[in-house]
Ligand binder design. Structure first.
Ligand code: ADP
Length: 166
């Protein structure tokens, strides 16, 4: 059984994340989407909200689980018997940080491999921060996120979450 971890902040999940997930599920028997609990990014959605949105967005996949994790990613991966960490690469600017992380993780645990997947070109510009910014300015995020996320963004920003959204 080949198990992969797909870690991230997912604040919120976008169609770009789902494009990567769609590729990962074809390569692995099981994919665990792992929401970083101690993210330094000060997310606008709580951990539970991000998990709920991911679960709804990924419900068509039988071999996908969603959970949160804390601490060292490679230790968590090993505890799940995962042999791979999946990351999305959009543009060259992603590369430097991702390369550094992948090599550091390999150094920590030789047996957990990082696998980079590229999304469809139409998602290379897409990030959770762009989505949050467009939503905050009342733009239409229909092409960027699943409908459930669009509704959650509306609700969140109406509730006054915009000040933490820079
Ligand atoms: P992190 O906070 O760890 O960067 P993100 O939630 O921003 O987590 O992203 C999780 C993973 O999904 C990362 O590997 C990121 O590169 C990838 N990703 C994010 N947006 C896209 C996209 N539009 N296309 C492909 N991969 C993406």
């Amino acid at each position: 059984m080949k198990i992969a971890i797909y870690p991230g902040t997912f604040d919120p999940v976008t169609n770009g994340h789902l494009d990567i997930l769609d590729r990962a599920v074809k390569l692995f028997d099981k994919v665990i989407i792992s929401v970083a609990r101690n993210s330094t990014k000060n997310p606008i959605f709580t951990e539970d909200e991000r998990i709920a949105l991911l679960k709804a967005a990924a419900k068509k996949y039988k071999n996908v689980r969603v959970e949160s994790f804390t601490g060292l990613l490679v230790e968590y991966a090993r505890s799940k018997k995962a042999t791979a960490i999946v990351r999305g690469l959009r543009v060259i600017s992603d590369f430097e940080y991702e390369f550094q992380m992948a090599l550091a993780n390999r150094r920590l645990h030789e047996d957990v491999e990082t696998v980079f997947l590229m999304p469809n070109e139409k998602y290379t510009y897409l990030s959770s921060s762009i989505v949050r910014e467009v939503a905050r300015l009342n733009g239409n995020v229909r092409d960027f996120v699943p409908p459930i996320v669009r509704r959650a963004l509306k609700k969140k920003l109406r509730a006054g979450g915009s000040s933490t959204n820079a």
